[in-house]
Write a protein that binds this ligand. Sequence first.
Ligand code: DQQ
Length: 505
Amino acid sequence: MTHDLTLPRARHQDARRSLAERAVLDPHRPRFHFTAPGGWLNDPNGLAHWNGVYHLFYQYNPLAAAHHRIHWGHATSRDLINWTDEPVALVPGTDGPDRDGCWSGVLVDDGGTPTLVYSGRHGERELPCVATGSPDLRSWHKDPANPVIAAPPEGDLTAFRDHCVWRENGKWRQLVGSGIRGVGGTAFLYESEDLRGWRYVGPLLTGDASTGTAADLDWTGTMWECVDLFRIDGADILAFSAWDEGATHYPLYWTGQYEGDTFTPRELHRLDYGQRYFYAPQSTRDALGRRIMFGWLQEGRDEDAMAEAGWCGVMSLPRVVTLGADGRLVQAPVPELARLRREAVHTAAFVVTDGTYVRLDDVAGDQLDIETTLRLAPGAAARLVVRESVDGSERTVIEVSRAADSTTGTLRLHREASSLDPSVDSEPRYGELPLNGDGAVDLRVLVDHSALEIFANGLALAARIYPTRPDALGVGIAAVGAVAMERLDAWQMTAVFDGPRPLWP
Ligand code: DQQ
């Protein structure tokens, strides 16, 4: 049987349907990840756990599946899993400093008053703005003093936007992402008594863009977007997204020490190996003391396909971030996610014979949570296959391998056969996977239509895949060398979104 590639597009092309109606018809739309009701979604903003309610704001264009005149969408949840759409929080002004968009920012508690600090965009320029909220965080009032910083610091800068704001020693402190042309990305530090009048302190830390290139795994770019400074288990983390000339590369973090007006870096790591598929992350500390992080899973299909689908952009699953014994961040989906699990399948341990492929016939679907523990001999590799069509022409391969020297490994995502649609991104993704001497890999794979999130020994890799075949639902495992599968548990994941949602709740 040949699959008609034109079918999904033709169905979406009906311009009489609203964006939200077209969105729900799209087979690539996730069902348990947060998405906007329709139109465009990018960065998570204003994350907060406020009076027992989680607030997720996000960069939103309710008018088209394109990045233009960005609003702030808003959703709330009591469990980080089920979301209620709230009224759009910020709309670009008819005039004023945010007339071309309300770009990324944060929510802070100003003595009981919910207050947003965001980047107002006018022309090609972004400047810090403030808005205060009603006690239920449903209506927002922009401050007449906006922009609250009239101009970036002097110098030849690549950009000036996005905010991290916190209270310290009775004052507010703020980081604004930027880049010094010819030098590198940076985070400018400011101080304030009242969130309105800001004193420039200086660069907290500046990267060196002359070291490496975008092809490297840890080039820090010419501008740092969405800087996020937090302390976790006594360690200071400065996270940012490396940007260069309009290209959104990947999220990175420095470990180090924040003291006084500087951050002394120790180590630099990728936050997620999916590169731009987990971009612009933002985190908050919830009432349980957990560091909760979301990132933006960008699309891997072209602008026409997004426009036809009526929606684009996926919010990652909320992740709990902790500090590992090696000083690196460890990430896992919030445990609340397990509430969506249905129809458990437990596979008994077995040795995957070298060179064989075992199709797991009782595990199949496009909404799955798969947990497995694999043990790799030195030089061995295990390949977990998901979204495989019956004829094998479409398949997505998650590979974990162990080097012959036994303590290092690699996590790799192969997408070259993920889709028969030649227009979608099929580039591989990979990153280093530290292993203990026993070669054990705890692997968790969440499949949600086009959204894929992988966690291997606490390291994350998010990506998007667009299988065209309705039967691309299969799961299997292959081995090269000696691989033992010590357990595999899989669940169907129930949907939290069903049916069209209002674009303007
Ligand atoms: N997205 C926002 C910016 C930010 C970028 C605009 C990161 O504020 O720098 O939608 O994806």
